[in-house]
Structures are given as C-alpha cells and as structure tokens.
Design a protein around this ligand. Structure first.
Ligand code: GTP
Ligand code: MG
Length: 232
C-alpha cells in the first residue's frame, strides 16, 4: 500500500487531520485505548460506529474482548489507535484488567438510561487506576443519548463526576445515531498526540519528566501489522 495515500480530511482547528482506512498498515505512533463499563451500555456498538460507521440493534455480548483499529494522519504522523473493546461481565474482569497496564487512554462508558451503569463507573475507574500506568487519560462517556425520554442521568451529573474525579473529558454519545461517536475517538487521538508532542519536546530538551505521560509506542517506524478481531 502507498503510505503517502491521501485520506479523508477532517475539519479541525488545531491539527491537519485525515482519516485513513482501517487496514492502513504503516504507522509512526500507536496508542492503546481500552473501552470499559457495564455489560450492555454500548461499548461494542460505539466503537463499531466510530470506526466503521454502522450500528447493530441486535445485542451480542462480547466474549473477553475485541480489537479494532482507527488510523489517522495527524500533521505529518500516521497515528494508529488500537482499541480494545472489552466485555462488561463480572466474570471477565480479571482477564480485562491485564490490558489496563499498557493503555494510554480509557473510555469508561455508562448508558444515560441506566443508573446502575453510572454508579458502577466509579468501580471501573478504581479498577483502572489500580492497574494502569499512572498517566492514563480517562474519558467518561454517557452513551445512548438518543434515548432522551428514558434519561435517568443528567448531563450535569456526568460533568460533575468528571470534575470530581479529575478526568480528562466528559462526552455524551449515541452509537445508534452516530452523535459524537467519532468525535470521542478524535478527541482521544488529539489528546494523546499532544502528549506525544510534549514528551518529544521534553526529550529534545533533555527534561526527564513524564509530564503528559503518554509517549505512545513511538519514535520508530513500525513494520506492518495485521489488524482484525481477536477474541479469547
Ligand atoms: P457487553 O459486550 O456485554 O459488555 O455489552 P456492550 O457494552 O458492548 O453493549 P453493546 O454495544 O453490545 O450494546 C448493547 C445493546 O444496546 C444493543 O442491543 C445495542 O443495539 C444497544 N445500543 C448500544 N448503543 C446504543 C445507543 O447509543 N442507543 C441505543 N438506543 N441503543 C444502543
Ligand atoms: Mg460488547
């Protein structure tokens, strides 16, 4: 594949961004993103909508985890997001926690029409913080925003949780209509790319700090790797 291939331009004030095909093999920097939250909140639907632009009404619980990739050109770098869509069932929690350690960013999902799933967001956050790298970035995502008539968690509650826990972002999404689905990933990519630029600058200045923290899997051109679905 021609690595200079042009992608689909995305409007952005800060960076020159192009969306690249899911199977784009070459990359300069890669980041792991983990998607966690209760079963049925829409983790698989949201990641599929964000990456592939489609939505399945039929519920099929994820077994273990699934793996998707989202490729972007940001300024002059090809950025690969490796997205680990986990299953929310209690029985798999210890398996999933193995993936926390290498994640640069976590999306913690709840559904706006499900109070329990919002209350459990704190447990997911604690599990993550116990095992992840200390600089992990965290977005709180209130999914199923299309179900406004069934809403039991207000936007203010989501915002408050994000502020109290000092998370990086709160966003409401709908995997069904697509509202903010791709934006959530783009915002994640931008934040991680900024962390990367900061770490690179610190390195060049001889500053030994992990500020920003997410250096990514970077500074080397990687060999092509196959992308696809992985399950246990
Ligand atoms: P596990 O794999 O069991 O952890 O669940 P999950 O979090 O991956 O949930 P999944 O994406 O499979 O979605 C569960 C159900 O919610 C499915 O029937 C979806 O069609 C539905 N759903 C997911 N997202 C939305 C949304 O944004 N709006 C609406 N109305 N339904 C959604
Ligand atoms: Mg799932």
């Amino acid at each position: 594949m021609d690595t200079n291939q042009k992608g689909i331009p995305i409007n952005d004030d800060e960076f020159n961004i192009e969306l690249l095909p899911e199977d784009f093999a070459q990359y300069d920097i890669s980041f792991k993103i983990i998607v966690i939250g209760d079963s049925g909140v829409g983790k698989s639907c949201l990641t599929t909508q964000a990456v592939r632009n489609n939505f399945e009404e039929f519920y099929q619980a994820t077994v273990g985890f699934e793996f998707l990739t989202f490729n972007l050109r940001m300024n002059n770098n090809v950025v690969k997001l490796q997205i680990w869509d986990t299953c929310g069932q209690e029985v798999y929690k210890s398996l999933i926690s193995n993936f926390y350690r290498n994640s640069s960013l976590a999306l913690i999902l709840y559904a706006i029409n499900n109070k329990d799933s919002f209350q459990h967001a704190e447990n997911w956050l604690n599990d993550l913080k116990n095992q992840s790298n200390p600089n992990v970035r965290v977005f709180l995502v209130g999914n199923k925003s299309d179900l406004e008539d069934q809403r039991v968690i207000s936007k203010e509650e989501g915002e408050r949780f994000k502020n109290e826990k000092k998370l990086d972002k709160f966003i409401e999404t709908s995997a069904k209509t697509g509202e903010n689905a791709r934006s959530a990933l783009l915002e994640a990519a931008k934040l991680l790319y900024k962390d990367y630029l900061k770490a690179k600058e610190n390195l060049a200045n001889g500053v030994d700090t992990n500020e920003g923290g997410n250096k990514g899997d970077r500074l080397e051109k990687k060999k092509p790797k196959p992308s696809g679905t992985k399950c246990c």
